[in-house]
Design a binder for this molecule. Structure first.
Ligand SMILES: Nc1ncnc2c1ncn2[C@@H]1O[C@H](COP(=O)(O)OP(=O)(O)OP(=O)(O)O)[C@@H](O)[C@H]1O
Length: 277
């Protein structure tokens, strides 16, 4: 499968401050790719560099084979980007915002916009400044989707959306992906990653720490152990070979033991914890 996004040795500093350092990964055509990491890890810097919103210092970014600097306009024509902040000009009606967003791209999105408003339960007659954060997010989602782009880039799309609308959002993404689109999703919600993403990249302190399939990352050898040993209740993550656990338990009275797969939060947590200095 060909790459939709290729990022090679991306480095961006903000004056003396670190942004991202030597980041290399790729997103394949047709996948839903999770982009994770704690606050300040460098996700937005990477995304803004991809979209030409900031100038990076070193490296190369190609999107659908095109150079992110030289071919910026061509690239942007086929991207649906949703920033984490859902801000619009106050006073505008939703209908006007959607029309304006389509006109900037010089495409007629009327049918798709109507379908999306219906699915996301958006009333186009309402003014943007009357809306809750969740409803503004829905407008932002429609602006990113209505021109049916080849590539979606979402920065924390579901924060503020109720669970029903979160479901509708992922149904829509899946439908577009089934028709050939690619989706890069920056999120802090690990259940979204487990349920919807095929591969992930995890950033930490400006560097890429891992990129792999969600299945591989979750099938690590660690297990969650819950047991009552010698009258004591224990609940912990065991990272060694299970044969060693059985040896360690010899001579103890085991009243009860449950060995289960850890949650995605438990598996991913160490990528989020700060390194000991
Ligand atoms: N405009 C800026 N000026 C100076 N430093 C910046 C600027 N934007 C980002 N940074 C720094 O770059 C680093 C990466 O920030 P970035 O916003 O890319 O992280 P993030 O992973 O998107 O975080 P979050 O999950 O909080 O959105 C941080 O150390 C941040 O302080």
């Amino acid at each position: 499968m060909k790459d939709m996004i290729t990022i090679q040795n991306l480095t961006k500093t903000y004056g003396k401050h670190r942004g991202v350092e030597d980041v290399t990964f790729s997103v394949r055509e047709g996948e839903i790719f999770g982009f994770l990491g704690p606050n300040g890890a460098g996700k937005s810097t990477t995304i803004r560099s991809m979209l030409g919103l900031i100038k990076y210092d070193q490296g190369e970014i190609r999107i659908n084979g095109l150079d992110s600097v030289k071919d910026r306009e061509k690239i942007l024509a086929d991207i649906g980007y949703m920033p984490s902040e859902a801000w619009f000009y106050p006073g505008m009606k939703i209908r006007e915002i959607l029309k304006y967003s389509a006109a900037v791209r010089k495409v007629d999105c009327t049918d798709e916009a109507e379908k999306l408003c219906d699915r996301l339960q958006v009333d186009v007659k309402r003014k943007i400044n009357e809306l809750s954060l969740g409803n503004r997010k829905k407008v932002s989602i429609i602006c990113a989707m209505q021109h049916r782009p080849k590539l979606f880039v979402f920065d924390e799309p579901t924060s503020g959306l109720d669970p029903l609308m979160q479901n509708v959002f992922f149904e829509l993404i899946q439908e577009y992906v089934n028709e050939g689109a690619t989706c890069m999703l920056s999120t802090h919600v690990l259940s979204e990653v487990r349920n919807h993403c095929t591969r992930v990249a995890i950033m930490k302190e400006g560097k890429l720490v891992v990129t792999d399939t969600v299945d591989n990352l979750l099938s690590s050898r660690s297990k969650r152990i819950k047991m009552i040993r010698d009258g004591e209740k224990l609940d912990y993550i065991y990272k060694d070979n299970l044969n060693n656990l059985y040896k360690e338990l010899e001579g103890h009275h085991i009243e009860d033991i449950i060995i289960e797969e850890p949650s995605i939060e438990e598996v991913f947590m160490h990528y989020y914890l700060k390194e000991e200095k």
